[in-house]
Structures are given as C-alpha cells and as structure tokens.
Write a protein that binds this ligand. Structure first.
Ligand SMILES: Cc1ncc(COP(=O)(O)O)c(C=O)c1O
Length: 391
C-alpha cells in the first residue's frame, strides 16, 4: 500500500516529477532481467540491448527533428545542462571565448553551473525578464560580444510556465555565430522543439517530467559540434565518446516509450484543465496569475498568488485534503530562499510568499480540478480570516 492509499490523493506537482505511465513500466520490464545485456557486448544478448538503445535514440531524435547520432543519453537534465556549459567552456579554454549568456530564471542546475564556471574564469550575463517571464530579444542581441561562447536559455520555465520564443533566439544566435542551448526539461512533448527550425545547437531533455523513469535524460548535440565539447565522463567511449558508462537500457527504453506515447491530444486536454483551474482560481477575490498566458504558457502549469496569505499555509491545508502542490520555489522547495524566478518577474517578498504552483498532467481528471476549486476557496477564506492583514 502506498503512503497515501488510505485517502484520496490528487497529485498536482507534476512539474517536480510525474508518475511513470504503466505502458512505460511495461516496456521497461523485460530489460531488467530477460534482456539485461551490456550494449557494448558483441554476443546476442549484448546486441539485443544495443538494438533497444539505438531504437530509443531514434525515437527521441525524431521527436525534435534531429538525427539519431545527435542524441547523447545522460542521467537526467542536471547532467545534460552541466555537460553543455562546462563541456563547452573547457573545450574553448585556449580561445578568448569565456562569456556565457543565460537568464535570471534558469533552473538551479544552470545557475549553479554558471556560478561555478565564474570561479573558473567565465564571465556570465544573466538576462532580465519582463513581468511575464520573457527575455528581451534586443537585450540578448546587445549582450553578445566576440567573447560570447554560448547562449543558454530555458524553454518552458519550471515555476511559472513561460515559454520563450526559441526560433527568434535561435535566429539571433545564428547571425551572431554563438552556440545556442536550451533547457527543455519542462517543455519537452508539451511545446514544439525543432532543432532545425529553431537553430538549436544543444538541447537538454529529461524523462521523469513526461511519465518516464527518473535518472534518464538526453542532450542533443548537433553533429558538427560534437568535437567541440569536452566530455565530463571519460571511460570506455560510450555515447559516441561523449559520455562514458554502461548504458541504462531499461531507463532509456522507458524514456523513449514515454516520448512515443506523448500526444497533441494530451496537450489539448491539459490546456483545457489548466484554463479551467486558472479561471476558477482567479474568481477567488485578490488572486493573481504569475507568468505568461494562453499559448505562451506550458499546458500543465498554474502559478498563482493569494494576497495576504502564505503559500506555505495554503499548500499545507491542501495537503491535508490530499492535494499535493508546491510553493513558489518549485523544484528547490527544500531551500528556504525566496524564488529567484518570482523575484525576476518583479514580485516582492510578500507576493512571493503568497504564491503556489499547481502542475497537472495527462492523468489529472476534470473531477480533480473540480475538487480543488471546491476546497481552495474555503482554505483561502479560512486563512484570510486568520490573517492579521485585512484586504
Ligand atoms: C527546467 C529544469 N531543468 C533541469 C531539471 C533537472 O532535471 P533532472 O531532475 O532530470 O536532473 C529540472 C527538473 O527538476 C527542470 O525543471
């Protein structure tokens, strides 16, 4: 029995992670003990594993309009992001290319990689965003100098769901001849990623946000750039010599299955539920939406603030009703620091503290949304009555 099996559980923290789809589990199972081979072995068992690895690579490549040999499997999004920034920086140490451009709303694995690279001599520009979380293209263009090595910009934001215009950014990077990387962990299978149309050089993808297993991700590296990046893991030369270690075949097979079964109808469905939830919440007095609207917002993301009450308190009450959500600091909610993303869109400490993130998935039911919309106004009313600040 699961931890919460005694009561109804409505899991609305899918931006943190998603339940693995039963179809994905089914696809993975044979690769644990029947087809357990090492993909580097020459015998039949090894070759079976190799075939599964390459078929999975092909599925992921196709989904972003890339070629099979441009996908490098990793342990997740964190590793792929670290690999891009550190790998490019080290490969270019002898050149005057120590400038990296990113944004103030990246995931911590980009921001902390940048921070560490600063200690190694890198110069980092952190682009501002507007009050919906969009970068300014002119600011990006002006920030690029002859020393700029790479522009790394998150696609769909993990806290506020804002989707950046990759094609417009890619056009600038191409014109200015700098590498373009995007962290697409949250947007993968939810918004279009086309490495050719959007002129992408590097793309970070992961599996556990899309109903695949944890501990698997991928980095797209354009073929012509593969000898221009230093690997982080040296060893037996796996993954075209770019990431050594015996491949995680069950994980990779599960990842590919999750990609294969993701569909446009899932996006449509999530959009409908997201809109219903946003509309219902904004009917509660003194509430505001954080982040972008409509098609420029991820179909599964809702981030709202409730004046004069603590997001933590709302989250705690919702949890007692069996509804799992997350406070503003999202993926790093173990940290007590105030959300750097909400800060970047111009919110003050009180507004940040009164924000919560609700993230749905294809498994969220309309009745779950109805239940939230039944419970939430009562929770808000109760907390507002307790609040010393009156509206
Ligand atoms: C935007 C973004 N980038 C990177 C990551 C890290 O991915 P992983 O958990 O696979 O290391 C996450 C998830 O936490 C994320 O939301």
């Amino acid at each position: 029995m699961g931890l919460f099996s005694a009561r109804k559980l409505i899991y609305l923290d899918n931006a943190a992670t998603t339940p693995v789809d039963p179809e994905v589990v089914k696809a993975m199972l044979p690769y644990f003990s029947e087809r357990f081979g090492n993909a580097s072995s020459q015998h039949l068992v090894g070759q079976e594993a190799k075939r599964a690895l390459e078929e999975s690579r092909e599925i992921i490549a196709k989904s972003i309009n890339a070629k099979r040999d441009e996908i490098i499997f990793t342990s997740g999004g964190t590793e792929a992001n670290n690999f891009t920034l550190k790998g490019l920086f080290f490969a270019n140490q002898d050149k005057d290319k120590k400038h990296i451009i990113t944004t103030k709303i990246e995931h911590d694995c980009i921001l902390n990689s940048c921070k560490w690279l600063e200690s190694q001599g890198a110069k980092i520009t952190y682009l501002n965003v507007d009050n919906e979380g969009f970068i300014n293209l002119k600011e990006l263009e002006d920030a690029i100098t002859p020393q700029t090595l790479v522009v790394s910009i998150i696609h769909g934001n993990n806290e506020i769901g804002t989707i950046q215009d990759l094609a417009a950014i890619g056009k600038i990077c191409k014109e200015k001849k700098v590498y373009f990387h995007t962290d697409a962990c949250q947007s993968y299978t939810k918004a279009e990623i086309d490495v050719k149309k959007q002129n992408l050089d590097f793309v970070t993808l992961n599996s556990h946000k899309i109903h695949g297993p944890k501990g698997v991700g991928a980095l797209y590296i354009k073929k012509e750039n593969q000898d221009k990046i230093t690997p982080l893991l040296h060893g037996g030369g796996h993954e075209f010599g770019l990431r050594s270690t015996t491949e995680n075949i069950p994980g990779v097979v599960g990842f590919a299955k999750a990609v294969k079964i993701a569909s446009n109808s899932n996006i449509k469905y999530m959009n409908k539920l997201r809109n219903k939830l946003i509309e219902g919440i904004l009917n509660i007095p003194s509430t505001n939406l954080n982040g972008a609207k409509d098609d420029t917002r991820l179909c599964n993301n809702i981030n709202v603030r409730f004046n004069n009450i603590e997001g933590e308190a709302i989250g705690g009450y919702l949890d007692s009703y069996g509804i799992s959500t997350s406070t503003g600091s999202a993926c790093s909610s173990h940290s007590l620091e105030k959300s750097h993303v909400l800060t970047a869109i111009g919110l003050g400490a009180i507004e940040i503290n009164s924000s919560i993130r609700i993230s749905i998935s294809k498994f969220t039911k309309e009745e779950d949304i109805d239940y939230v919309l039944e419970v939430l106004p009562k929770v808000v009313e109760k907390l507002r009555k307790m609040s010393p600040i009156k509206l």
